[in-house]
Write a protein that binds this ligand. Structure first.
Ligand code: HEC
Ligand code: HEC
Ligand code: HEC
Ligand code: HEC
Length: 477
């Protein structure tokens, strides 16, 4: 068959189909670009992003460019949600658990200790708590509360910032934790703004600038949700020189002799743990599998065609469908029950350590009242210090052990063991003084009773812990 033999209509059919196809492609393209444009407008009502200065602390100004993230961030204001062990209500830990009044006797945490609220409240909560009422409070306490901090650090210098009295800094600090704490204003990439985390990496011979994008989704939180102390009374430092495990941090503290307060009953030099969320998370299965804080606490959210990161940082149990359920195909009830089962076991062991520790403080106090030798008392106090830091490491952690259940139970179990070892040492010391009956532990079963007992020791009017227990009633014939 030759070409001329082809029917005429077929000669123009090819080009026509090509033309039609081209038209369809152009139309689809136009449609797509119009959709994209609308989505863009939806997300960014301002046609052009307003440039943000390097240290812009006003979250509302960032919000003009990123309204969805800003609106969701504002939801951290909400403080009425509760879960079994968490939520945003500032519940009063001292009312719930009077043992804490004894464990923190003489220290500001025995005066006021409440559950954390959302990021929006950080500035009002740190300025409102009785724990910062002391005029000698240092500026360091502001480091993790406000997005004004990077700006002031750039202006004053880091060490000077820490040294500035808290009540002086207060005038310059208005904006709670916000956009700038975690983002670069030009690229919006995640960034580290707090020097202590950068320095803690350096101290371990690592550079935080090498962190991957996924690691950054946990490290931005690790700027604040960590264990720390004030080196030379002001310089914010993470005790990670030897590693992030509880024993390694304790070794660092033993090396630098750090003490937060001396317990008025047992005279133990106590370490107050902060909230080592990052360190505990790092030992768990989720960290091992690369699941970060943001995956659970800042899950993606979709609104129409738009997908964005929910900046309402809160308990994931209040948004299971978007967090856990993305990876775990369990029902919401199952997820919640699973979490509460894990937390319940941690909570029960936590209370056992507290009972053992309260008893240990009184036993050491009794041994001291009996005139036990200093070397023996020092050994008992060393054990109490070790036990209390382990207990507090988990107790002060957020999430009641969920972030790493096995590690939580391991650390608490060591805490019970060490507290009971301290009590055995005391029994031996008392026996050496001819006392074989157990010391008399005062009633500390309510917050008020515990407070009165603690105050007696704080004011150097100690209760007699050696009162001999009454003889057993004669056995009936
Ligand atoms: C696998 C999911 C998951 C990851 C990853 C995760 N968390 Fe959590 N987090 C939880 C759960 C579940 C709770 C318990 C919430 C409750 O009891 O209401 C919790 C509790 C908390 C709380 C207390 C919230 C409250 O309402 O009491 C804080 C603060 C917190 N996590 C911070 C972090 C930080 C910081 C990281 C990363 C270093 C992190 N979490 C990683 C799931 C996660
Ligand atoms: C505590 C840290 C933190 C704070 C505070 C924070 N962000 Fe984010 N933001 C994140 C994380 C984590 C992501 C996810 C980034 C990723 O994986 O690339 C994110 C993502 C974003 C994105 C990228 C788009 C998206 O939604 O995923 C924008 C835009 C953004 N945030 C804007 C803001 C604004 C505006 C504020 C202040 C109102 C703010 N962020 C405060 C941690 C934070
Ligand atoms: C600049 C320091 C800082 C950074 C960064 C930070 N937090 Fe917080 N976070 C705080 C403080 C302080 C509070 C307690 C605020 C209060 O009680 O007023 C808090 C509270 C919380 C709460 C309790 C909220 C509630 O409603 O129960 C959660 C959950 C939480 N943070 C998770 C995170 C996660 C996840 C990240 C990282 C994406 C992060 N935070 C980054 C300082 C920070
Ligand atoms: C980004 C994915 C992801 C998210 C989000 C996530 N998980 Fe997981 N989870 C995992 C992976 C991966 C494992 C490890 C499972 C394995 O390797 O077999 C795991 C393991 C677990 C386990 C078993 C732990 C153990 O020790 O055996 C529990 C329980 C769990 N997740 C609960 C939760 C809860 C509750 C949430 C929400 C607060 C959550 N997960 C959010 C991915 C996720």
């Amino acid at each position: 068959m030759t070409e001329t033999a082809l029917p005429k209509r077929r000669r123009w059919a090819g080009p026509l189909i090509a033309l039609l196809l081209a038209a369809v492609v152009v139309l689809v393209g136009l449609l797509a670009s119009s959709i994209m444009e609308r989505r863009w407008e939806h997300q960014r009502p301002a046609l052009v992003l307003k440039p943000l200065p390097e240290w812009e602390p006003d979250n509302a100004r960032w919000g003009e460019n990123y309204p969805f993230e800003y609106e969701s961030y504002l939801a951290t204001k909400q403080d009425t949600s509760t879960t079994l062990y968490g939520g945003s209500v500032p519940r009063d830990y001292l009312d719930e658990d009077p043992r804490l009044v004894i464990l923190f006797a003489g220290y500001p945490f025995s005066v006021e200790y409440r559950q954390a609220r959302g990021h929006y409240h950080a500035v009002e909560d740190v300025t409102g708590t009785k724990r910062t009422a002391n005029p000698a409070t240092v500026g360091t306490c502001m480091t993790c509360k406000s997005t004004d901090v990077p700006r002031l650090m750039a202006k004053l210098g880091v060490a000077e910032f820490y040294k500035t009295p808290f009540h002086e800094l207060k005038q310059d600090i208005k904006h709670p934790i916000g956009c700038q704490d975690c983002h670069d204003p030009v690229s919006m990439n995640l960034r580290i703004t707090r020097p202590a985390l950068r320095e803690a990496f350096q101290a371990q011979g690592k550079s935080i600038d090498q962190a991957s994008h996924q690691e950054m989704r946990a490290l931005v939180c690790g700027q604040c949700h960590v264990e720390y102390f004030f080196k030379d009374k002001t310089y914010l430092t993470f005790p990670w020189q030897q590693g992030m495990a509880v024993e390694q941090m304790l070794a660092t503290y033993e090396g630098n002799g750090h003490v937060d307060f001396v317990h008025p009953v047992s005279k133990t030099p106590i370490l107050k743990a902060q909230h080592p969320d990052y360190e505990l998370w790092a030992t768990g299965i989720h960290a091992y599998r690369g699941v970060t804080c943001a995956d659970c606490h800042m899950p993606y959210r979709t609104e129409g065609a738009l997908k964005y990161t929910n900046h309402h940082v809160q308990s994931p149990l209040l948004d299971i469908a978007n967090s856990c359920a993305v990876c775990h195909r369990w029902s919401e009830e199952e997820v919640k029950a699973r979490v509460e089962a894990i937390q319940g076991k941690v909570a029960a062991l936590k209370l056992k350590v507290e009972d053992a520790l309260v008893a240990a403080h009184f036993d050491v106090g009794a041994a001291a009242q009996a005139g036990a030798d200093e070397a023996g008392l020092a050994e008992a106090r060393r054990l109490v210090r070790q036990a209390q830091f382990r207990w507090d490491f988990i107790a002060a952690n957020n999430g009641m052990g969920f972030h790493s259940p096995q590690e939580s139970m391991r650390v608490l179990a060591d805490g019970v063991d060490l507290a009971q070892q301290a009590r055995l040492v005391c029994a031996r010391l008392l026996a050496q003084k001819g006392i074989s009956s157990p010391p008399r532990h005062p009633d500390v079963s309510t917050r008020e009773k515990a407070w009165a007992v603690a105050q007696a020791f704080v004011q150097n009017q100690p209760i007699d812990l050696l009162g001999v227990a009454p003889p057993p009633a004669p056995a009936s014939p």
